[in-house]
Design a protein around this ligand. Sequence first.
Ligand code: MG
Length: 207
Amino acid sequence: MHVSDLLAAAQAAPGFMPDDEGLALYEAARGVAVPGPLLEVGSWMGRSALYLAAAARETGRQVVTVDHHRGSEEHQPGWEYHDPSLVDPAVGLIDTLPRFRNTIATAGAEDVVVAVVTRSEVLAPLWSTPLALLFLDGSHTEESARRDQDAWVAKLAVGGTLAIHDVFPDPADGGQAPYGVYRRVLESGDFTELPGVGSMRLLRRER
Ligand code: MG
């Protein structure tokens, strides 16, 4: 599919990414000036992967998505975002992989999206290719947000772009774990901030 069709598919896909933030992610990904793949931590049903896929199609890159597809803490039984229809009865666990595959396949993006089904910290030690863009949107507990930061930020190429979703400086607007990642990354002195949209923060690695 063409870029405009991929963007339309992204906007129609299931998920929690607002359109303006998804488009900001797409623009950041298509504008990144260094070689390398785009890598997303946390895929859910593939909505943001399609925004990245549109940029990948346009710039001749690949999108790598990392997700165990068992849902985050807030998706588990008894929690706010639990959807019983997502539970695989054979194993008694959430499984978003079929929905993810459907999203990517119906958008015609299987050639630019490489899905890795595992926990991000399991893939990270196996991964050595410098990333052009890293999108952090995994579990938002303090522990997992720190783990994803520790595992992946160093793999971003100098000149590459770090995108962090769900950054809420005011605790009244949302959990603070992604904001903590954003603060620590900025305080490292290795990044400069690019214009963001909503809760999407964009930073360029300078060294
Ligand atoms: Mg998110």
